[in-house]
Design a protein around this ligand. Structure first.
Ligand code: ATP
Length: 897
């Protein structure tokens, strides 16, 4: 317990798994917690102290699963091992924590999702900015970024860290609310840039950080990286030698996408609650035709960080075009990639000394695919014939020298000798663990081969002993067996007990027989077992040296993994483009956006192909703000999102679902859907909507694309229309961005008369009898009604409710006509006095209630009983009159019924 408490004192923030023989034990508070979370039996033990100590343990064999469950719940687990052989230890065996597993620092496949990065982020607030260092220890990736405070959320939403490190004493509530991320506070001095400078230089063996691309402007990010490294070293006392050189992300390279935009466009996760891992309804789900886990992870990164420089995007588009245009080349490339495993994570495991024999072989085999991948790549580029027939030169699709394919090919590395070394040294199917079966192939090491011959010779000799002893004793059922406790033995059933020779020594009695040994048998046993022990030791030695040798090549392997991942993504994008009929978008530095016959990539997949109705959308300087009205269910949200998705896909380097698309580069994309609730963060729905809207108004530029869906809906109609109206005016006059505003406030249609660059569009429906036919076609003009009641009927509202709703609607519409007369027009304030505010004849629909609290629905006229009650003053009736009144009212109700 003394040893336990000493170690525990150094690992206060973790649950300590204390190795004791075949178990990891937890004690005291850890035991209480572990038993609760893991459902373990809590026992207690008097370990020589004055009182009993609570205790709960898990078997060593099952430890991974228990660690996984704890870490998934956001706990840290410190693994404390026996670090000397208990048989040789004097006194208490030495123990040390060899690793601390946390959500952000996990290697085990059980804890990782192969389709996404597992980032640990250290964040350091700087004046007006936020610096972030993000590491994925499973892939060895390290990224540094500094972004203006306004883009902090977007950056973190993209990285989606599993764990966040913060300097102590800062504001933490914002972080605590981050979905599922564990917040770890560290001392503020650990974020010091000067200290980090030395630390990083040591980690990468460089004299100056300039060589790593880290400049003076990265001070804060450097500080964050220092804290990150320090924390990682604490968790992994063995160090993190596999951490690749940092990638410094510079502003302007990628488009910041805030969390709401990412969610509303359903980029990588579906909006449907409870189906968070369902990628079927997401852009990632549609585009993901990658063959490798590295490809899937990179595709996700590309989706979440569309590019903003035309040349960068065209390099990707050139590559997709070339791959899409060569069906055979593409198929060959994808087939070659098919056998490639997660080189990135396997290489990291090798460098961290964690790869198992099977994993190291998988890495070797994956490297073996490199020449095939390279061959396919060269074919697509057009420098080599695949042997499947001469390619007809096609000028239009030969990638430009700047294409990503050409860049990747120019830096190609087959890793031939590394692959040869691994595949030569390891058997074809090595075991999961060393020692279970042979790991090192025959012919690799003479010492090992000799030992194996000795062991196998011993085994043969033992088989011969069985034959000889049967002969000598005449007992045909005599057999030589083996178990771990007694080693080799001769087993004779009771029926032949009399014939057992004198030189047999009895070792074990069974119900129907006895087990014996002979000096001969023991001699061979020693040879066999001794050899087996030495074989294991030698195999371990050879394997570890091979693994270390691979590990030293980590930087090179990471480059190879990067190239494979990128080829995989480019080939996947080409494959989707071909299958789904996407076209290459034209990107320009101009303003205009023109999408001809655009489709929603996800919605169209959910229906038969011809069923989805394509639509054209054009936004230019002179027609930059579209007010999109139309009935419920007509397809407004679909069009809105499809425009966002087409632009995003184009800027990530993908082809797009349209027959033609010209896209003036967008610097930011905002998508807001009104009344999206954020109950998790405990904010009012409307408050969230307004906070988001204000973020757009403050950050959008003329180059942005703003997509608003029913903003203003979370409040009363008057307030809502007014806000929607003035937000539109502001975007039109002051921001000048491309905007689409989908709304049920038909009042907004009037904006087109006031503002020169506003256009009205509606989604057409046709009325057939009292039914509504949804045409899903975008046409110029505004809608005058919402057909909400028809949609209610489709949704199964009871017939009487529908009938009554129609009555109320007729009543309201009648009222509106008369009320319009009585309501004066509101003069606009200040310089905008030339403009009208929302015309009152539209608003008058709701005029029967006082404007300050305009309800959405006007109540039907009160019942006579209510009128009678209202007319009664309880202070001026006698008890008798009250009773009479009560009886009368009751009778009236009965009469009405
Ligand atoms: N272009 C289209 N072609 C075929 N079906 C479509 C199209 N657009 C939308 N739909 C179908 O109509 C459904 C409703 O579309 P959407 O949610 O975009 O309507 P909406 O006008 O935004 O409705 P509301 O105003 O009620 O929110 C979609 O789920 C889809 O199934």
């Amino acid at each position: 317990m003394q040893q336990y408490r000493e170690i525990k004192a150094r690992h206060q923030g973790s649950i300590l798994f204390f190795r004791m023989g075949d178990f990891y034990e937890t004690f005291e508070d850890d035991a209480v917690l572990a038993s609760r979370v893991l459902g373990l039996t809590l026992t207690s033990r008097n370990n020589g102290g004055a009182s009993d100590v609570p205790l709960a343990g898990v078997p060593v064999k099952a430890v991974n699963e228990y660690v996984r469950r704890l870490v998934a719940r956001g706990y840290r687990v410190a693994i404390c091992e026996q670090v000397e052989d208990p048989r040789l230890a004097k006194g208490i065996v030495r123990r040390e924590v060899i690793e601390t597993v946390t959500p952000g620092a996990a290697f085990s496949d059980d804890l990782l999702d192969c389709t996404r990065n597992n980032f640990l982020c250290a964040v350091r607030p700087a004046p007006g900015a936020l610096a972030v260092a993000a590491a994925d220890v499973s892939t060895g990736e390290l990224r540094l970024a500094t972004v203006p405070s306004g883009d902090a959320d977007a950056l973190l939403a993209r990285l989606a860290p599993r764990e966040v490190l913060l300097p102590k004493g800062g504001e933490t509530t914002q972080w605590r609310a981050m979905d599922g991320a564990l917040v770890t506070e560290r001392e503020a001095w650990e974020f010091d840039p000067a200290m980090a400078r030395d630390d990083l230089a040591r980690q990468y063996g460089v004299l100056s950080l300039d060589g790593l691309g880290i400049g003076a402007e990265d001070e804060a990010a450097l500080g964050a990286a220092g804290a990150l490294l320090r924390y990682l070293r604490e968790l992994q006392p063995g160090g993190v030698p596999h951490l690749a050189r940092p990638i410094v992300e510079r502003a302007g390279g990628a488009m910041p996408l805030d969390e709401m935009t990412r969610r509303n466009l359903e980029l990588v996760e579906s909006l449907r609650p409870g189906v968070d891992n369902d990628r079927a309804g997401t852009l990632l789900g549609v585009l993901d035709r990658t063959q490798t886990p590295m490809g899937t992870r990179l595709l996700r990164q590309w989706i979440l960080a569309p590019l903003t420089r035309r040349e960068d995007i065209d390099m990707r588009l050139d590559a997709v075009a070339a791959t899409a245009g060569d069906a055979i080349g593409r198929a060959t490339l994808r087939e070659a990639l098919d056998g490639v495993r997660d080189v990135e994570r396997l290489a990291s495991k090798a460098a961290a000394g964690r790869a198992t024999p099977r994993e190291l072989r998988a890495l070797g085999d994956s490297l073996g695919r490199l020449p095939a991948v390279h061959g396919a790549l060269e074919r697509v580029i057009g420098t080599r014939d695949s042997g499947l027939g001469t390619r007809v030169p096609d000028e239009s699709r030969v990638p430009s020298p700047e294409s990503r394919l050409t860049v990747i090919a120019a830096a190609w590395d087959d890793c031939g000798e590394l692959c040869a070394e691994v595949t030569r040294a390891l058997v074809e199917r090595p075991p999961l663990q060393l020692g279970d079966e042979s790991t090192i192939a025959t012919g690799v090491d003479t010492e090992l081969d000799d030992l194996r011959a000795l062991r196998d010779g011993g085994k043969d000799a033992i088989a011969e002993i069985q034959a000889a002893e049967r002969e000598r004793t005449g007992i045909q059922s005599l057999k030589v067996g083996y178990n771990k406790v007694f080693g080799y033995f001769i087993e004779i059933s009771n029926a032949h007990r009399e014939r057992v020779p004198d030189d047999y020594q009895r070792r074990q009695t069974l119900t129907n027989g006895e087990r014996y040994v002979t000096p001969d048998l023991k001699a061979y046993e020693e040879k066999v077992l001794g050899a087996a022990e030495r074989i294991e030791a030698r195999e371990r030695e050879l394997f570890e040296s091979l693994r270390a040798c691979v590990g030293r090549e980590i930087a090179r392997l990471q480059r190879v993994a990067g190239a494979l991942a990128e080829l995989d993504v480019l080939a996947a994008l080409a494959e989707v483009a071909e299958r789904e009929g996407y076209v290459r978008p034209t990107l320009t530095d101009g303003y205009d956006l023109e999408i001809v016959a655009g489709r929603h990539p996800v919605v169209e997949r959910m229906m038969a192909r011809e069923k989805f109705i394509p639509n054209d959308v054009t936004l230019t300087q002179d027609a930059r703000l579209v007010i999109l009205t139309g009935p419920n269910m007509a397809g407004k949200s679909t069009i809105l999102r499809q425009v966002g998705l087409v632009v995003l896909m184009a800027q990530m380097g993908s082809f797009v679902p349209a027959s033609r698309a010209t896209i003036g580069l967008v610097d930011r994309l905002f998508t807001r859907v009104g009344a999206s609730d954020n109950l998790v963060r405990g904010q009012s729905t409307f408050m969230v909507e307004m906070t988001e809207t204000s973020a757009i108004l403050n950050t959008a530029t003329a180059r942005s694309l703003v997509l608003l869906d029913e903003i203003g809906r979370g409040t009363s109609t008057y307030d809502g229309v007014s806000i929607a109206w003035s937000v539109s005016e502001h975007l039109h006059d002051h921001v000048g961005c491309k905007t689409i505003f989908a709304t049920h406030y038909h009042e907004l249609v009037q904006l087109a008369e006031e503002l020169p660059a506003v256009r009205n569009f509606t989604v057409a429906v046709r009325e057939v009898g009292d039914q509504v036919l949804f045409l899903h076609r975008l046409v110029p003009g505004g809608a005058d009604r919402s057909y909400g009641i028809e949609v209610g009927r489709l949704a199964g509202l009871p017939a009487p409710v529908i009938a009554r709703a129609k009555e109320v609607l007729a009543l309201l519409e009648g009222d509106a006509a008369t009320m319009a007369e009585s309501l004066g027009r509101v003069p606009a304030a200040g310089k905008r006095s030339r403009r009208r505010a929302p015309p009152a004849d539209q608003l008058a629909l709701f005029a029967s209630a006082p404007p300050a609290a305009a309800p959405n629905v006007v109540p039907p006229p009160p019942h006579p009983v209510v009128e009678a009650l209202r007319a009664t003053d309880p202070n001026h009736v006698t008890p008798m009159q009250a009773l009479e009144l009560l009886a009368r009212l009751r009778a009236q109700i009965h009469a009405d019924a």
